[in-house]
Design a protein around this ligand. Structure first.
Ligand SMILES: [Zn+2]
Length: 458
């Protein structure tokens, strides 16, 4: 009996010592990144020397070189480029003018074509505007009410969701699918209210796609900032409004050779087990792709740097991946998963940071309930760092194929979401709108999480 009791206390003591060691390591990681982190400097270089970098563009090629250098500077054991062919959507010149009332003159407004949209061939496309609020409302209208006209999808980003990604999930279908649905009714163009929480006039670009099964006709789509959308709404309720769209955008016919950038620290005890963490290197072609997703790229590189600086020798292999083409095709994510399959790699977990470099609040999981419960047991270690939210089902687009094709468990950093959709995909997504402490804290949370998963598994 005495022996059993002693054994029990021995176990208890070991668990306590392990918890203290973990908590000490959490502090070391946090100090290293907050005091010596390079992620903010790296982001400055990416934003100011490369700038925005849509897939297939010369800037995206320059970003690959930047990424490779940054991985080497971080001290990665191995750095390589993984080939991937990507589409190249080109914007060119564009303009939108609105005419509020029969006697009024055309007034230029700020607008952005949506990514993947066809343009007007550089010629003016002029028509009356028909305002609708939903797909159902449009479908219920007689065809002659829409034929030859430009449809204004006046769907407002819902402000009642506290976690703004839910509002985005709710409304983004109007950006994505409106042109084909409107074209099926005979419309010749589409204007949308931006997917924006902002009380301002910045239009947001973003991906759309044409659905051949709905309509074979590809009509152009442009987005307005909320203020101009409000004005357009007011005048549409009053009487006749006309729009003149002009744009040169198109998808280039040939794919462009590009790369995912990969850096890794080899595991010591279980090198065959891989923990992937990444963000996407491409961005939209406005602003500097700072929050989306330069932040995720530099946070991922920072994890390698911090581990090396602290002399941490992880049990498992830690891989930082800068994925190419998340915004308009996800070809980088597909290529990474396909390569994992062909090389028969053993992936423990894939983690993404693509929700902005704002103050981290939690880590989301897409995995079995048992795995989630096991990870949530570590929540007390994270609380001193402001990380408390573990109930979001968050992964990321780039790592989605790892789940779909290989059933790899996923996780995603969950930062504060209040300002992300003010600037996401706009000219305002610039380096100056990223805070250095918030950015570093995101990297701290990820590095701590990865250190735990490498030590204890799932
Ligand atoms: Zn993104």
């Amino acid at each position: 009996m005495k022996f059993r009791l002693a054994f029990f206390f021995c176990i208890l003591l070991t668990v306590k010592i392990a918890a203290q060691e973990d908590s000490l390591m959490f502090r070391k990681i946090s100090d290293e990144i907050l005091l010596h982190g390079q992620c903010y400097n790296n982001l400055r270089v990416l934003c100011k020397t490369v700038g925005n970098r849509i897939s297939g563009s010369p800037a995206a090629a320059k970003a690959v070189i930047w990424g490779e250098q940054a991985m080497r500077a971080a001290g990665a054991d191995n750095v390589w480029l993984q080939p991937v062919d990507v589409p190249y959507w080109y914007r060119g010149k564009e303009s939108l003018a609105l005419k509020f009332g029969a006697k009024a003159n055309y007034k230029q407004v700020v607008a952005l074509s949506l990514g993947n949209s066809e343009g007007t061939g550089g010629k003016p496309l002029e028509a009356e505007v028909v305002m609708v609020h939903s797909f159902d409302e449009l479908k219920a209208m007689p065809d002659n009410a829409v034929k030859g006209k430009i449809v204004f999808f006046n769907y407002r980003f819902r402000q009642d969701f506290v976690f703004t990604f839910e509002g985005y999930g709710d409304g983004v279908k109007y950006r994505w699918a409106s042109p084909s649905i409107a074209a099926a009714k005979g419309a010749i163009g589409v204007i949308i209210r931006s997917m924006s929480t902002g009380e301002d006039d910045y239009p947001h670009t973003g991906g759309m796609h044409y659905m051949d099964s709905v309509s074979k006709i590809k009509i152009p789509e442009m987005a307005l900032g909320n203020y101009t959308a409000d004005t357009l709404e007011r005048y549409c309720l009053k009487g006749v409004v006309k729009a003149k769209m002009q744009s040169e955008c198109y998808n280039k016919p040939d794919k462009v050779h590009s790369y995912n950038v990969i850096g890794e620290i080899k595991g010591t005890e279980l090198p065959e087990k891989i923990i992937t963490v990444g963000g996407h290197l491409d961005s939209w072609d406005v602003g500097e792709g700072a929050q989306d997703d330069g932040a995720g790229c530099v946070q991922s590189i920072e994890i390698l740097r911090a581990f090396k600086a602290l002399g941490i020798k992880p049990k498992c292999t830690i891989r930082a991946v800068l994925f190419m083409n998340e915004e308009n095709g996800c070809k980088g994510g597909e290529a990474y998963a396909d390569s994992a399959i062909s090389k028969k790699e053993n992936h423990l977990i894939a983690i993404e940071t693509d929700a902005g470099g704002f103050t981290p609040r939690g880590i989301g999981f897409v995995m079995s309930d048992e795995q989630k419960d096991r990870l949530k047991k570590y929540k007390n270690l994270f609380l001193p760092y402001g990380i408390y939210e573990f109930n979001h089902d968050e992964g990321g687009s780039d790592i989605g194929p790892m789940k779909a094709k290989l059933n790899v468990p996923l996780a995603g950093l969950v930062p504060d979401s209040q300002r992300y959709f003010d600037i996401h995909h706009t000219r305002n997504d610039v380096f100056e709108n990223v805070n250095h402490r918030e950015l570093k804290l995101g990297s701290v949370a990820l590095a701590q999480f990865i250190w735990l998963v490498s030590k204890y598994g799932l």
